[in-house]
Write a protein that binds this ligand. Structure first.
Ligand SMILES: [Zn+2]
Ligand SMILES: [Zn+2]
Length: 385
């Protein structure tokens, strides 16, 4: 059985939050855990409005140090590990309370979080550690003078254009996360999350087993259909009594999710991607009907909008779609919208967001039905192909 995977957008706004869009945070549910990507201010409030349990967060990935992506980190860390809160308390059969929370991001995330927790006399109910992804000239934090709940984190350096992140137990299960620096007004990261390949479907083998049902039972196999599970587990062929062979079906490639921080050009991450299942890309500004005057004429050109957007280190829907096309992703979700673009269900808001979506689909028309604009608290199921 392929494990479900989904992502919930806890915040989809950019620098200025609005009544309808909180600051950035995305909760990726996989392997029974929540991996949180960015943690803007009030992310813990958004958790409480969602069906997700903060206590399930095992990893937090920060894309960059702009406040709209990390101001909520210390409060979430304190709340998610608050064992007095029954919603977050580990169940008896879990060892959640012993596993440290792993946090990843650029410098100076580690010292900033440490100073914030220390300055506010905050205790964290679980241990945590911060792994910093360092560029060549970045200062190296030596893990000295730790917060009482802090464990030493790893310093990870760029090798051949990629950061390989330590995942501990998840690595043993075959998960892999890489990151690369992408272009923004300050150092920013994109993450590539890959799950292991899954055993192929064995339905096609059922008739062969049925043909050998009696002979297999005579051999002492009381439930011959259990061979299906055995073949999936071992990935080894099985010779049937009538001379036919049960061949394990080819493995199904695991899902790949690419989550980008703010960017005007994410091309350095391109070599790490393999036609991902899902790309999440910012689209902060766009040229829409909101930019028309009373006579219905645009007050600026697309070139002007794009130039201004790039000046601030951001992207338009067309830029996001062009990148999505270049990496051949199956699904594109746009997020990190300017406060001008409301994220509620009013017909005017929906119409503007559909305009923005269409600007992207015009560029990446092969996947037009697989392009979405995120809204706060919206969940998207990431299906296997
Ligand atoms: Zn931002
Ligand atoms: Zn930013």
């Amino acid at each position: 059985m392929v494990a479900p995977m989904d992502i919930t957008f806890l915040g989809t706004g950019s620098a200025q939050p609005s009544a309808t869009r909180n600051h950035q945070a995305m909760a990726l549910r996989l392997d029974g855990d929540i991996w949180l990507f960015d943690c803007g201010e009030a992310t813990q409030h958004q958790f409480q409005k969602s069906k997700l349990k903060m206590g399930k967060v095992t990893r937090i990935f920060i894309t960059h140090m702009h406040g709209d992506h990390c101001f909520g980190l210390a409060p979430v860390l304190c709340s998610m590990t608050d064992n007095l809160n029954p919603a977050n308390a580990p169940t008896e059969d879990s060892d959640d309370d012993k596993v440290p929370v792993d946090i990843y991001g650029p410098t100076p995330l580690r010292s900033w979080l440490r100073n914030t927790l220390k300055s506010t006399y905050s205790n964290v109910g679980r241990s945590y550690r911060v792994h910093e992804l360092l560029l060549q000239d970045d200062p190296v934090d030596t893990n000295s003078d730790l917060h009482p709940n802090e464990l030493p984190g790893q310093n990870i350096f760029l090798v051949n254009g990629a950061f390989d992140l330590p995942l501990y137990a998840s690595t043993e299960k075959g998960y892999r996360v890489q990151a690369a620096p992408i272009l923004h007004s300050i150092p920013s990261l994109g993450y590539v999350i890959r799950e292991p390949d899954w055993p192929g479907k064995v339905n096609g083998l059922v008739p062969l087993i049925k043909q050998n049902m009696v002979a297999l039972k005579k051999l002492g196999i009381s439930n011959p259909m259990s061979l299906l599970g055995q073949i999936q587990r071992t990935n080894a062929p099985y010779d049937l009594p009538d001379g036919q062979r049960l061949e394990p079906p080819p493995m199904r490639p695991g899902r790949e999710v690419v989550i980008l921080g703010d960017t005007k050009d994410p091309s350095p991450i391109l070599p790490l991607t393999h036609s991902p299942t899902l790309l999440i890309h910012e689209a902060t500004n766009a040229l829409t009907s909101l930019d028309k005057d009373k006579e219905g004429n645009y007050t600026m050109t697309l070139e002007e909008v794009e130039a201004r957007t790039k000046d601030h280190g951001h992207s338009t829907p067309q830029m996001a779609a062009a990148f999505a096309k270049s990496i051949g992703c199956k699904t594109l979700i746009l997020t990190h919208f300017s406060a001008r673009y409301r994220g509620d269900e009013e017909s005017e808001s929906l119409a503007v967001m559909e305009e923005i979506r269409r600007l992207a689909t015009d560029v990446f028309d092969q996947r037009a039905q697989d392009i979405y604009c995120a809204r706060d608290l919206w969940s998207y199921e990431i299906k296997m192909e």
